[in-house]
Design a protein around this ligand. Sequence first.
Ligand code: F6R
Length: 614
Amino acid sequence: MCGIVGYVGPRSAQDVIIGGLRRMEYRGYDSAGIAVVTDSGLAVAKKAGKLANLITELADSPLPPSSHGIGHTRWATHGGPTDGNAHPHASYSGRVAVVHNGIIENFASLRAELEAEGVVFASETDTEVAAQLLGREAEGGAALADAMRTVCGRLEGAFTLVAVDARTPGRIVAARRNSPLVVGVGEGEMFVASDVAAFIEYTREAVELGQDQVVEVTPDGYAVTTFTGEPAPSHPYHIDWDLSAAEKGGYDWFMRKEIFEQPRAVADTLLGRLDAEGNLVLDEIRIDDAELRRVDKIVIVACGTAFYAGLVAKYAIEHWTRVPCEVEIASEFRYRDPIITPTTLVVTISQSGETADTLMAIRHAREQNAKVIAICNTNGATIPRESDAVIYTHAGPEIGVASTKGFTTQIVACYLLGLYLAQVRGTKFGDEIRDLLDELEQIPAKMQQVLDGIDQVAELARRFVGQRSLLFLGRHVGYPVALEGALKLKEISYLHAEGFPAGELKHGPIALVEEGLPIFVVVPPQGRDQLHDKVVSNIQEVRARGALTVVLAEQGDEEARPFADVLIELPHVPTLFQPLVAVIPLQFFACELATLLGHDVDQPRNLAKSVTVE
Ligand code: F6R
């Protein structure tokens, strides 16, 4: 939530920062703002609404030339999305400006303290207390980095703060606790940002900041300390994707591009996982095999789409390892006092690696001495850093707010973990594991087959433009797919959509079914006779009550065909792998319908890509 960019170097700060904010806008788009340091002090521009509003304002009245500044794109928490609440926020003397991502939990008491000293606040935000505290320190003679360390010592909650001081040109100071921050290292120029996409155009060398660290950045270097001023080690790394991966490449939406990228993303996630003997190797697993053999319970913890990926994974992991596997919504996890022991393996799934609810669940699990494996798409993010081990999905940057390739690659990474556990624990023979891996390796081609026939789904979206409500049904691994199909539709089309286990419908929700209600049904492959036939019966139940059935079934499924008003044929895959192909038409349907309804698919209302507040 909230995107931050800072720049110091020879270029126009306004150009670099606005370019960076364009790529950070997926993190929040309630307002945008920029502050640059000039010879005559700070120049600030900020505007409610999307970045485009700020850009229009800057076109009419550009900021004075400067090569040093900060910018912000906001997802509102404290205070509505107004010009006044937009960041950057300045200190009372106008000397220090700050941008912030996160929530300062003790802001009310700090604000009262400052107001008692006569400070008049200009906004309703929690951020402004940080600006005013920094201003007070700076006016008292402290250098900006010292001021930042002192102020961070007083803040509670989650924050990335980036500040400039008008009296210290050529210097940016940033700090982080529980919120992301990376430094981009250029030649004679430096960047700070929430995410490397902000500066990938200029450099692919980055440094990740640890928890409770402050970084001071000048055009020629950076210095990292702890909040108490001790020098802290830094972790430089090379970014292995480039600008083109973060751009739309001819598609109208990032979401559409990312849907089409799924065959490649899944293939990349599978790449390099076998050793010379054909054994599965997961290099990033830093947990002893002996310890993995002792695991007696697996708990998957995640939010939203990642949670649904976990629901899919449960079926496979239990089937292959015979270890009980629970799946929990991260924001509920620690509040119900879960039974976690040193032999519990906690698996967290997070595309961004920054989701606050998931991070807090990890901390809770580790406090109970459980081992934590993260499945993550973002190199060096907080979640993998705070876990005992990580399996990276290699999906490339996911920018569309509605997750697509994140979901499918998360499922694949969970499958790799499940098979690895089966190998280590001996619950599957080597040849069985290799057969399953062979099947998985064919999935990208099968996904491509679905994408090649996707025009049928575009036609379906045109047909359903006037609908206000849609249902999704599935059984077994098809159930989480139904949930994900409904979530995609809610997120970007703003329609009422619900996913149900197909067998549960008759216990209540079937009352919703009326003439012409579209119901998408994911039919399992025919191999699992009972499962398949039960779902076919469920289709008949809703059809008999007037539903318009959109049936996703494998090619050649003649039993499902007669009950489908619309039949979407899927390539034949094993039951456990069906979500990887079945979800694609549902993702595409949501994207297409939202486009037809005139919604902003990549930036749906009220949402943000990376949810860094609890
Ligand atoms: C839905 C969506 C969200 C995320 C959730 C977790 O399309 O994107 O539900 O899946 O906020 O995010 P990560 O995976 O970054 O932890």
